[in-house]
Ligand binder design. Structure first.
Ligand SMILES: NC(=O)c1ccc[n+]([C@@H]2O[C@H](COP(=O)([O-])OP(=O)(O)OC[C@H]3O[C@@H](n4cnc5c(N)ncnc54)[C@H](OP(=O)(O)O)[C@@H]3O)[C@@H](O)[C@H]2O)c1
Length: 239
């Protein structure tokens, strides 16, 4: 069933080739989006005519610039593309790679589309991870990059609020996608997570915990000391 949040809206999802990104594209279509830009390193045709494949390697600033020119209007930007790594903490190159994809990618894409979003008084969704707030030491570079991306999300939330843009963080637990295929733990199906993300964003939830694993963090989060401190800090911008 479509909700008012996406009916007639234009959405861009990065990393749409598979996993959660693909599920988010399909969920946005189910929710009545008028146009969905499916960002991917290797864009592919989609059976639904509302989908516009968009070449977008989020680590390539030239491609980001071209994508921003190709998209005329945008209501919702979903920074979903991401990569994980089990490399050791002393592997500096791998830390650089994680930061390039999970921090600088969303940073550059958000910057490139900021005028679209302020024009539409739109919505920005950063797909992060429970590792953003509770690091997993066997995923050191990934955890570090996702924590930095959560900080970036808080900053953007405060800076864009006066311009009418809502910024959401998705703090997801293990998903049943390629990224977690080697993890022998309970995982949630990406289509269920995609639907939950869109429902929570539509409801105005700023920090979204979209699966049973992440839900363990959700209890009391809205009024937790860390959240209250984030809000107080954000008010320094508004003041
Ligand atoms: N899987 C989990 O357990 C889990 C848990 C919490 C959060 N998340 C987050 O959820 C998001 C989606 O992950 P997933 O589980 O769907 O992983 P996935 O199945 O591995 O898919 C990752 C997606 O990101 C794309 N991507 C990677 N590097 C890119 C780049 N430089 N430019 C553009 N696209 C790029 C991939 O494109 P290609 O096909 O071209 O490689 C693919 O579409 C990520 O941000 C991830 O950190 C995942």
């Amino acid at each position: 069933m479509a909700n008012d949040f996406l009916t007639g809206k234009t959405v861009l999802v990065t990393g749409s080739s598979r996993g959660l990104g693909r599920a988010l594209v399909d969920a946005a279509l189910d929710q009545g989006a008028q146009r969905v830009y499916a960002g991917a390193r290797n864009p592919a045709a989609h059976p639904d005519a509302r989908v516009v494949p968009l070449r977008l390697d989020i680590t390539d600033v030239d491609q980001i610039e071209l994508a921003a020119k190709a998209v005329e209007e945008l209501d919702v930007l979903v920074n979903n593309a991401g990569a994980a790594s089990y490399a050791e903490i002393d592997d500096r190159e791998e830390l650089d790679r994680m930061l390039a994809v999970n921090l600088y990618g969303p940073y550059d894409v958000s910057h490139a589309f900021r005028h679209h979003l302020t024009a539409s008084r739109g919505t920005l969704v950063n797909v992060l991870s429970t590792t953003s707030v509770a690091a997993v030491p066997v995923l050191p570079a990934y955890s570090i990059s996702k924590a930095a991306a959560y900080s970036f999300t808080q900053v953007l939330r405060a800076l864009l609020a006066p311009k009418g843009v809502k910024v959401h963080a998705v703090l997801a637990g293990p998903l049943d996608t390629d990224m977690s295929q080697d993890l022998d733990i309970p995982k949630t199906a990406p289509d269920a997570v995609a639907a939950e993300i869109l429902a929570a964003v539509a409801a105005g939830t700023e920090d979204v915990f979209p699966d049973p694993f992440a839900a363990a963090l959700a209890a009391g989060w809205a009024d937790a000391p860390v959240t209250l401190m984030q809000r107080a800090a954000a008010e320094m911008v508004a003041a």
